[in-house]
Each structure stands twice: as C-alpha cells, then as structure tokens.
Design a protein around this ligand. Structure first.
Ligand SMILES: [Zn+2]
Length: 230
C-alpha cells in the first residue's frame, strides 16, 4: 500500500460511523493526485470494488490532516450521511477559507475595478479588499462567480461596456460576488452553503429587485440575438 493510500484509508476509517459499516468492506481504497483539476478541487469515485479519491496536484503539499478533512467531506457528500462533522473536516473548511488571503492578486479588469470601487464604497465602507477581477465567458445564466482559492471574481462578458444607465446591473452582480468573499461559506453534509439567511439579508441592502435584473437580461439577450442576426 502506497503512503498516500494510507491517507485515504485513514480518512475513511477515522469516521467512526463509517468504519463499522459495509461501505469500506472489500473495497480498495486509494488516493491519486492528478493534473486534471484546477486549484484545490477533487472528487471521489465509488463502485463495488473501490473507493478512489482524486485530488488536484496542489494537495500534495498540504498537511495530511487537512487532506483527510477533504476526503471525509467527499465521503459525507457522497453517502449523504448527515450530521457527520470531524475535526479534520473543520480544519479543511478553515484552510479553504484562508486560501483567499494568500492568493496572488494580479488580474484587474479596469471596468470591473470601477464597479468594485463603487460597491466597496457604498455598501462595505471600503472594507473589502480587492479580489482579482476578470471577465469570463458570455453567459446569461452564470452571471458571475467567486472562487475562494484564488480570490477571483469571474464576470460574464455580457456586462462589458455598458452605458452608464445600465452599470447598476453589473454592480448588482459585483455586490453578490463580493458578499461571497465577505461571508465565505459553511460546509454542511459535505456541501458548501453560501447563500445563507445572513447573506440574503445583506444582499437586499443593494436596493434592487432581482426581477429588475431579469427584465434587463431578457432585453439584453434579445438585442444581442438581433445584432448577431439570429
Ligand atoms: Zn451566489
């Protein structure tokens, strides 16, 4: 047995509830680091004969207990065994939250930077440190996202070069993503919970209805289609 497989075995057997169950019986438990993932991602494959963990290469250099916490989170998510929370899982959670503090800041799109400045002044009293700010692809359903491990906000390109009267829609999504940075997340039953009650409470401070944004999105989609001759 590989040394890294020992990490996997330890992760599985140290969840008390699991070790007594048949989940791990007769299954080969192993762990692989692979270049197929970005950042600190990973997954679990599970069949009659194996439990296979696959983690990004970055994990190789991370403390063993934190890795175990991730593996346990993956198991809990897979088996839907609620209410399991180990000390390693808590370590993993704080590790992921802490990553954004040490991420390199080097990518700032000027238009997004302006939006960030407006929101930071108006709604955070200037207290939110600037994350990386980049445009992603053109999407009408994924408007923006925040990646903790690199401290980066990705914004759909549909918000590029808006007239002044429409900047508020970009600002609204910017605010949402900055709230993710502020609130970080909780892990419950192996899932990341981000849109908590406190998050939604804060979100309303922007003073715009989601329906307003949706109406704008519909118009935008229509005008883009016409532009492209669909
Ligand atoms: Zn969100």
């Amino acid at each position: 047995m590989d040394n890294i497989d020992k990490i996997a075995l330890k992760a599985v057997t140290s969840i008390e509830f699991l070790s007594s169950k048949e989940i791990i019986q007769n299954r080969r438990i192993s762990l692989k680091y692979s270049g197929h993932f970005n950042n600190y991602n990973g997954n679990i494959r599970y069949s009659k004969n194996i439990i296979q963990f696959n983690l990004s290469r970055e994990w190789k250099n991370v403390d063993e207990d934190i890795q175990i916490g991730l593996l346990q989170s993956l198991i809990v998510k897979m088996t839907k065994l609620r209410s399991i929370s180990t000390s390693e899982m808590k370590l993993y959670e704080s590790f992921m939250k802490g990553l954004s503090k040490y991420a390199k800041k080097h990518d700032f799109d000027p238009q997004l930077e302006e939006s960030y400045k407006r929101i930071n002044e108006r709604l955070f009293e200037g207290n939110i440190e600037k994350p990386n700010l980049v445009f992603a692809s053109e999407s009408f359903h994924k408007l923006g996202s925040y990646e903790y491990s690199t401290d980066t906000i990705y914004m759909s390109t549909i918000f590029k070069d808006l007239p002044d009267s429409e900047q508020k829609f970009l600002d609204y999504v910017m605010y949402h993503e900055l709230l993710h940075k502020k609130h970080t997340f909780k892990i419950k039953n192996g899932r990341h919970q981000a849109h908590t009650t406190a998050f939604r409470h804060d979100e309303r401070k922007f003073g715009m209805l989601e329906s307003e944004l949706n109406t704008w999105l519909r118009k935008k989609k229509y005008s883009l289609k016409r532009l492209l001759g669909f």
